[in-house]
Design a protein around this ligand. Structure first.
Ligand code: AGP
Length: 616
């Protein structure tokens, strides 16, 4: 949520900043702004709307400076106005900053600053922090002259309750940039005689792959040629330089109309990447290098708790189904935001899992911290390498799905489904699953990428169906067992990107309430896999049909539905049970995508949403 970029180096800052900001736009797109430092003045432009508006506005100015900061906003405090857009300038004109996060105690700070004659142009918490830094900067004039600007930032932050990733400039210090983080991600990229700060790697990977992931309570002080990192308590930090493993090409459209479309079609590859190197030599089980738990440790686990948010929460529900089904161990799934506050009673031998594409979702992070505080080991399934959740967990598995830019998660979700299926196998093989069953499970997983390709070949058919359903205002998504979470996911995808009201429900539960919604204007998407519940689902479909509801059926190849029961049919290949949720997901991703495109929606940047939700 919110994206920030900072630059200091030998090049003109503005074009580098705006290029980086464009790549961070998926983090929030209510407004955008840019500030560049130049010979004792701050050139500042901010505009409501997309980064494109800012780029157009910036073209009217020359911005010659080599030090600058910029921001794309997802509004928290204050409406979507030019005045509330970042960067924010202190009322004495000395300090300018961009901020990602929430300053919780900004009201009391503001009161104090008003009493000291600082004034405010916006309703934001960020402007308050800017003025607090300016206040300390003015005070530092009397004491520490050498490190005055840096110290004023540090001292102001000592008073902050809440979260921040900030980049700050001072009009008197044209050769300095200061940044800090607590709870909101910030990376330092080390380029060729230049440094780039960014909320995530996509903004800087075109200039460097060498990065330092700043940790909470760390500040970095930058000049065009040097940097130093220290904690808010003034302890020196030795930086660890990591290498980003993907390239800028991975974060580009490469001929696709939208990132969501590209990411849907990347799924065969992202599933391969999730599996690579993660099967045992005898081919009968999975293996994970990063769990930091021995087989003996895992034998002691009697119960699992999975926590996360949104789409990742649906992956947890699939984990529940697969671990209980194959490993015969109980699994509890909780919304991270609920777990954190409900003080859940937990057994002793519980292993805790969090799942997060971004690795920065604040609710998931808070759940992780709560579980650790209670003394539990926490494993993470994450896509973004070096993310806070990845770093703070006791162990885990990286998804290696590559950057996911579309706000609606697609390839990251199916890669999570693959990993939880592999984990279920891993634990099942330690318990009652036989060698032969393990072999066929592994074979089943390995077929997943090809089976997904087969479904993707049906994209034109699904597009045609979508064009006939794009004008409906309500949908039901109905599935059972491991496809119930996929029904939830189908409904979420449609809601997110097309703004159509949709509900996911267990197919049989539908008659206990949602059936009241059904008429010729409320279509249902049914998951109808081969197996013991096939006939039960057909009965549920009959109940919908009897009430004139239209039906789109996602059916296993070779299974025959009664004639005229479904209005439209999408076939998915027969597969191993553990792969079924992955296959079931592809048609609903495509259906939502094509419906949203047909409705003229901004698929990659749906209204009110942001990719990584770093506020509670
Ligand atoms: C998915 O389409 C959503 N945009 C959203 O629900 C997302 O899955 C959720 O915010 C969790 O994100 P995370 O995986 O990065 O933690």
């Amino acid at each position: 949520m919110c994206g920030i970029v900072g630059y200091i180096g030998k090049h003109k800052a503005s074009s580098i900043l705006l290029e980086g900001l464009k790549r961070l736009e998926y983090r929030g797109y209510d407004s955008a702004g840019l500030a560049v430092l130049q010979e004792g003045r701050i050139d500042l432009v901010k505009k409501v709307g997309r980064v494109e508006n800012l780029i157009r506005e910036s073209a009217k100015h020359s911005f010659p400076g080599h030090v600058g900061i910029c921001h794309t906003r997802w509004a928290t405090h204050g409406g979507v106005t030019d005045a509330n857009a970042h960067p924010h300038l202190s009322s004495d004109g000395k300090i300018v900053l961009v901020h990602n996060g929430v300053i919780e105690n900004y009201t009391s700070m503001k009161k104090f600053l008003l009493s000291k004659d600082y004034s405010f142009k916006s309703e934001t918490d960020t402007e308050v922090l800017g003025n607090l830094i300016a206040y300390h900067y003015a005070k530092e004039a009397v004491s520490d002259k050498t490190n005055r600007f840096f110290e004023s930032v540090r001292k102001a932050l000592l008073h902050v309750e809440g979260t921040y990733g900030i980049a700050v400039m001072c009009v008197d210090q044209p050769e300095q940039l200061v940044a800090a983080r607590k709870g909101s991600p910030l990376l330092l990229g080390m380029g060729d005689e230049e440094f780039i700060l960014a909320s995530d790697a996509s903004a800087l990977v075109s200039r460097t792959r060498n990065v330092v992931y700043l940790k909470d309570n760390e500040l970095v002080q930058l000049t065009p040629t040097d940097f130093s990192i220290s904690t808010i308590d003034q302890a020196e930090v030795s930086p660890v330089v990591d290498k980003i493993t993907w390239s800028i090409k991975d974060a580009e459209l490469n001929g696709y109309a939208h990132f969501m479309e590209k990411e849907i079609f990347e799924q065969p590859a992202s599933l391969e990447n999730a599996m690579r190197g993660r099967f045992s030599e005898d081919g009968s089980t999975a293996q994970f290098g990063g769990l930091n738990l021995t087989a003996a440790d895992l034998r002691m686990i009697d119960r699992y708790v999975f926590c996360s948010c949104g789409t990742a929460w649906h992956a947890c529900l699939v984990a529940e189904h697969l671990i209980e089904r194959f490993a015969r161990l109980p699994v509890e799934v909780d919304y991270a935001s609920e777990f954190r506050y409900r003080n859940a009673p937990l057994d002793r031998d519980v292993l805790f899992f969090v799942v997060s594409q971004s690795g920065e979702t604040i609710d998931t992070l808070a759940a992780l911290r709560e579980a650790k505080r209670k003394g539990y080991k926490v494993m993470a399934i994450c896509n973004v390498v070096g993310s806070t959740i990845a770093r703070e967990s006791d162990g885990g598995v990286y998804q290696h799905a590559g950057p996911e830019i579309g706000v609606a998660s697609t390839k990251a979700f199916t890669s999570q489904l693959m990993l939880v299926a592999m984990y279920a196998l891993y634990v099942a093989r330690m318990r009652d699953m036989s060698f032969n069953d393990g072999l066929s499970y592994v074979q089943g997983l390995k077929q997943a990428p090809d089976l997904v390709r087969k479904i993707l070949e049906q994209a034109p058919h699904i597009k045609e169906i979508a064009s006939r359903y794009s004008q409906y205002s309500d949908f039901l998504f109905l599935g059972r067992l491991s496809l119930f979470p996929i029904a939830l996911e189908g409904a979420l995808k449609l809601k997110e990107i097309s703004y159509i009201h949709a509900e996911g429900y267990p197919a049989a539960e539908m008659k206990h309430g949602p059936i009241a919604l059904v008429n010729e204007l409320c279509p249902s998407v049914f998951f109808v896999p081969k197996g013991e519940i096939f006939n039960k689902i057909v009965s549920s479909m009959q109940e919908i049909k009897a009430r004139k509801g239209k039906i789109i059926a996602i059916v296993t190849e070779g299974c025959e539905l009664p004639p005229d029961l479904a209005d439209d049919i999408i076939r998915i290949p027969d597969c191993h049970e553990a792969v079924l949720p992955i296959l079931g997901c592809i048609p609903v991703q495509l259906l939502s995508y094509y419906i949203a495109v047909k409705r003229g929606c901004d698929v990659d940047k749906p209204r009110n949403l942001a990719k990584s939700v770093t506020v509670e």
